[in-house]
Design a protein around this ligand. Sequence first.
Ligand code: NAD
Ligand code: MG
Length: 376
Amino acid sequence: MKEIVLLGSTGSIGTQVLEVAKLHNIKVKALSAGSNIKLLEEQAREFMPEYVCIADQNKYSDLKNALSDIPVRVLTGKDELSELAALPCNSVVNAIVGMAGFIPTLTAINAGNNVALANKETLVVGGEIITAAAKEKGVQLLPIDSEHSAIFQSLMGSMGNKLRKIILTASGGPFRGFSKEQLRKVTKEQALKHPNWSMGAKITVDSATMMNKGLELIEAVWLFGAAPEQVEIVVHPQSILHSAVEFEDGSVIGQLGMPDMRIPIQLALTYPKRFNSPAKPLSLTDIGSLTFEKPNDDVFPCMNLARTALKKGGNMPCIMNRANEIAVKLFLEDRISFLEITEKIRWAMENVSFSKELTSEVILETEKETEKKMCS
Ligand code: NAD
Ligand code: MG
């Protein structure tokens, strides 16, 4: 029986990881959440883990009291969260949102644990450090992000043949086809209505700005050792082809399926085996047509910001990522407009100290400086 440690268990990905765990009798050794103690308590009662950890220290005593009748160790704090990532297990599933997931991922790898990674921000801020550590420790870094799972699956059995190109598909989000003028007036409610996927608020806004594809471009470069120019972003509104790779002979291999995160989540937990899934089977004749178009970089400049950050290297992707997290939060609090998200990111990339050298310490300092400069 497999045993996992699940970080970010109360979120959109976290709850679907638990559905998969229940279906396939995967044991849950530890659960953690940011602040939702009500759901964390319910999950602890159902899955009976050895540990639970709540990031929000103000919620610790309420959670501890609520769980006093069951044999579970209740923890709080960043160091404790990382302790969970180092527990011996078959896989640490990182479903935390934002760069708060970076240190737990690195800790899991350094402890010799395999990682099933939904937290793309980990690779955006420190892809070089993470992939080098995974290589050194000989652990698996399995993507949960649907596009990266698709690329990974397309490469399964490629016998070391070189890939020419990665075709990274994007739904285009709720504002596909909009002009800049139309984007000026869009609301939070509109941005939170994704046409194909039901996800956490941050990634849903990232999909609306297309920063999600920028983050995924960086994620793909690190996971698959590709050059940024080898990654082509293609808008595919139906979200059925989850991404593809092109080999040197011109063959394109892709992975298709209904847009249901339980498919890539499950494969990351059971790899290399595949088991039955509650996801609806794909009927190509019901879908009818699959369409593809070029992304509009003028209206959605975040993809190019990500390319610029990647080219500059060092801590620039970290600055861009943290600025995006802060700007999205401000947008969700109705403090800035939709278009100001991009302006804020651009401003941070020009005003936060650049460091060519990248270490974990530089990443944490960059996080702090970006917060300080953007919020003062
Ligand atoms: P979410 O907001 O629904 O859930 C986030 C989880 O992280 C929650 O359990 C929350 O309590 C926890 N958390 C938040 N801040 C924390 C902190 N500082 N310390 C510890 N825990 C914290 O987000 P989500 O949509 O599930 O996304 C999670 C990650 O997966 C993101 O990186 C996202 O980009 C990626 N992802 C999500 C989807 C999706 O379908 N939701 C698809 C692909 C990739
Ligand atoms: Mg994705």
